[in-house]
Design a binder for this molecule. Structure first.
Ligand SMILES: Cc1cc2nc3c(=O)[nH]c(=O)nc-3n(C[C@H](O)[C@H](O)[C@H](O)COP(=O)(O)OP(=O)(O)OC[C@H]3O[C@@H](n4cnc5c(N)ncnc54)[C@H](O)[C@@H]3O)c2cc1C
Ligand SMILES: Cc1cc2nc3c(=O)[nH]c(=O)nc-3n(C[C@H](O)[C@H](O)[C@H](O)COP(=O)(O)O)c2cc1C
Length: 763
């Protein structure tokens, strides 16, 4: 094949090498606009796995690269005058220029025609004599942009400014240095990549950048200011720029996240940064470029694959890798963009939060990397929770938590789950066993299902209620059992179904109206839940008074039944959520319109409940922090304001759920997918939050808590099939401090022993 490779960065060069290795008969012209020795950027980092891939593809260049790598294990985080060092991170780095020189040499030796100082044209017709044209011309790819509609290019300009410097200061650890200036925080990502050279990337928010005057400075001035800010790390070594061709503030960049729907058009194929980018803070762009090159060469060479099939396989396989990394990169990018949220953390927690920011590294990953350091985090967490220094490390999930006057023995919560098993609102033996078992299973706090404040407040005829004397007695029996037979605290969730009421029990048709016996619905407005559901009647002020009084009466009954805590359910599209979300609230009075109006009635109810509930007992509120409908609905930003408003009304905990507020919304599901909302609310509004949603491993729970992303973690579905989830987690972590019914002690010891033996064998 005759191939034109446009761009001589890692992607273009390595593709040319990989093609020649597979078939020396390919004729390859590589066009690079710069000279062989010019390069923007300093060092790049890889993982060991990338080096293995390079060795397998081309042992010759692989061995040279591997020989020249600088290797280091430690990460230093400098913040608030302290340095937190953790180890075992295993990075390798190499100079970008050196990497390119090695690849150029290898390409030349294999017979690739390298044309330097050759500006490639963006006009495809120029390459009519070639069978294939490879666009490896980087993130700003001119040739991709010229054919942009065919590639479905999606470019997102990220918020922060950065400058990629080099320095002769040799850092002995991967270094993150955070410095406060009069205009805001500025930080550096620095690592050694050669015997006497380090990369030093300076990053900051765009307004900090402008306030420091960088938008008006030429490069020497900007360098002098950065050297001043980071003087204590540089030991007198200057910062060096190799972007001298960019005169003024243009040398500062905003990272562009690039994603393409299609990776080829006619005989033009995108490779490396031209097809996708991954933020520099996870250091994977070069790896992706090199691995793209290997895969493309692989699929283009077996004669059995048609060109079309080859390109499809190339894109499909690589796209998965790219999306995985872009997910982590997005988390990492956002962490740096929202740094203000975490600056109030103590340095050790700040460092933990930084290390786990991409969510690729978890609590247990950190234990494998540096056990003593992780245990120091665990001791710190326990000490903070207990208010006194401790000597023994324990998993964060087993730290106690205070809610007003209530002490929870640990941070695991059984999330509210409707059981649809009551009759006329009265819980029965099913509920006694269900809640009793989950309380005995070790969770620190157990929630009831949404318990309804009147017969017509129920979602289904199977929902539990708190509106009749027999309800109080039936609940009291369960509460007494929980208190007598476990250390768990018990929270009563109270709600009203609104426009989602009068439907069948869960497994007979979710949100489907009853066949017979439907009752009329009330809601904020006359918006139906779906075309199949009843039209609700907009509430009058008299309705509002009546429902408020029902909530207050239910709270009083909850106190009589002995509950430790009460939650107001203001999420998931039910009555109060229907007031908060503009998707269901179309009112034009003081209860509709701006958020403050939409919150007015839910806050009125909350305040009335708070006044009726004992002052020493805590209350929480469950909210949907995102309607997953963009600006049309509640956004995570608005959720912070919602949380603040409920806190001002006396809420001790914000139970942060999301969605289920609009039938056609499309949530972005995934592991711990709602935790970012709990994190944002906790650390922007500075209130206690509970995370929930696809959290299922002890490792998830510990990671969320230690990183300060939430104070409590609720699990719903995992508790349906495993009421003993917390006891099992304690055994798996060999933690013996959990309270369990004494008759179960032998089971706990045996499980802990067996799991420890299995872990040993695996190790
Ligand atoms: C600050 C920063 C730090 C980074 N750190 C890391 C890291 O630690 N680890 C890591 O793996 N990645 C890192 N990256 C990402 C990495 O640099 C890129 O992902 C990688 O270089 C992509 O390789 P590429 O060959 O696709 O593109 P590039 O490296 O951008 O190469 C494109 C080449 O095409 C040439 N070119 C462009 N247009 C034309 C034209 N019209 N005619 C001829 N030639 C042209 C350019 O001169 C360039 O040589 C970092 C990126 C940045 C911005
Ligand atoms: C069967 C079932 C019933 C539920 N009922 C309620 C409920 O009554 N009140 C509530 O706020 N959330 C309810 N939820 C939502 C859960 O509390 C939780 O937010 C959701 O299931 C996500 O958590 P998970 O991924 O751990 O299951 C219910 C979930 C399930 C699976």
């Amino acid at each position: 094949m005759r191939i034109a490779c446009l761009g001589g960065g890692p992607a273009g060069l390595y593709f040319a090498i990989s093609m020649k290795l597979r078939d020396p008969a390919h004729a390859i012209d590589l066009f690079e606009r710069n000279r062989a020795d010019d390069t923007f950027g300093w060092g790049v980092v890889f993982s060991d796995q990338t080096v293995e891939n390079l060795m397998a593809n081309d042992p010759v260049s692989g061995a040279t690269i591997a020989r020249e790598f600088a290797h280091w294990d430690d990460i230093d985080v400098h913040i608030h005058g302290q340095t937190i060092r953790s180890s075992g991170h295993g990075f390798i780095g190499i100079g970008r220029k050196r990497l390119l020189n090695i690849l150029q040499e290898r390409a030349r030796a294999l017979g690739v025609n390298l044309h330097f100082e050759h500006e490639a044209s963006a006009d495809l017709a120029t390459y009519s004599g070639y069978d294939l044209v490879i666009a490896a011309d980087g993130a700003n790819s001119r040739i991709r942009n010229a054919c942009a509609p065919h590639f479905g290019v999606d470019i997102q300009r990220r918020a922060n400014k950065f400058f990629w410097f080099g320095t002769h200061k040799v850092f002995d650890a991967f270094t993150f240095a955070f410095e406060q200036t009069g205009a805001g925080w500025v930080w550096a990502h620095a690592y050694r990549f050669d015997d006497d050279l380090s990369t030093f990337i300076v990053e900051m928010a765009e307004d900090t950048w402008a306030n420091l005057g960088f938008d008006r400075m030429d490069q020497p001035q900007a360098i002098a200011v950065c050297e001043g800010i980071f003087a204590k790390y540089l030991d007198g070594n200057p910062l060096m720029s190799n972007a001298a061709h960019l005169k003024g503030p243009e040398a500062w960049l905003n990272f562009n996240r690039i994603l393409c729907e299609h990776w080829s058009y006619q005989n033009l194929i995108l490779l490396g940064d031209a097809a996708h980018t991954a933020h520099f803070s996870i250091g994977s762009g070069t790896k992706l470029a090199l691995e793209d090159a290997i895969k493309l060469a692989e699929v283009l060479n077996p004669p059995s694959l048609s060109r079309e099939a080859a390109l499809l396989e190339y894109r499909e396989e690589r796209q998965i890798e790219v999306l995985k990394l872009q997910n982590s990169a997005r988390n990492s990018t956002e962490w740096f963009e929202t740094l203000d949220r975490y600056l109030h953390f103590e340095p050790i927690q700040f460092a933990y939060s930084l290390l786990t920011r991409s969510q690729r590294v978890s609590h247990e990953n950190l234990r494998l990397r540096d056990k003593p350091w992780l245990e120091s985090v665990e001791r710190w967490f326990q000490s903070r929770a207990l208010g006194t220094p401790v000597n023994d490390a324990a998993p964060p999930m087993f730290a106690p938590f205070m809610l007003r006057g209530l002490k929870l023995p640990n941070r695991v919560v059984v999330s509210p789950m409707a059981m649809y098993s009551a009759q006329d609102g009265t819980p029965n033996d099913f509920h006694l066993v269900h809640y009793g078992t989950r309380a005995q299973g070790g969770a620190g706090l157990v929630y009831t299902e949404m318990t309804c404040v009147s017969p017509t407040a129920r979602i289904t005829p199977g929902c539990t209620g708190m509106y009749a004397p027999e309800h109080v007695a039936a609940w009291k029996r369960i509460v007494d059992f929980v208190h007598a037979n476990s250390a768990a605290k018990f929270c009563l969730q109270l709600g009203h179904s609104g426009s989602k009421g009068s439907t069948r029990i869960g497994w007979e048709g979710y949100d489907v109206p009853l066949d017979v016996g439907n009752w009329p619905l009330i809601a904020a407005s006359d918006v139906k839940w779906s075309a199949d559901n009843q039209q609700p009647r907009p509430m009058t002020r008299a309705d509002m008074d009546e429902v408020r009084d029902q909530f207050v009466a239910a709270v009083r009954m909850g106190e009589q039944a002995g509950f430790d805590m009460v939650e107001l359910h203001a999420a998931h599209g039910y009555l109060l959520s229907g007031f908060i979300t503009p998707l269901h609230n179309t009112r034009t009075d003081e209860y509709g319109g701006p958020l403050a109006n939409r919150l007015r009635y839910p806050l009125e109810i909350f305040a009335a409940m708070r006044a009726a509930w004992p002052a020493g007992k805590p209350m929480s509120v469950r909210i949907s922090a995102n309607d997953w409908m963009g600006e049309l609905g509640v956004t995570p930003e608005e959720a912070v304001a919602i949380a603040r408003a409920f806190t001002a009304a006396g809420a001790d905990l914000i139970d942060v759920s999301a969605g289920q507020t609009w039938a056609e919304s499309e949530p972005v599901y995934g592991r711990m997918f709602q935790t970012p909302f709990a994190d944002r609310i906790r650390n922007e509004a500075r209130v206690s939050t509970m995370a929930v949603g696809n959290i299922y491993e002890p490792d998830h729970v510990n990671s969320i808590l230690a990183a300060g992303r939430a104070d409590l973690v609720a699990l719903a579905r995992p508790h349906l099939i495993d009421p003993m989830w917390t006891l099992r987690a304690a055994a798996a972590q060999d933690y013996r401090g959990v309270t369990l019914p004494p008759p179960y002690l032998a089971g706990m010891s045996q499980l802990a022993r067996n799991l420890a033996r299995e872990a040993e064998m695996k190790a």
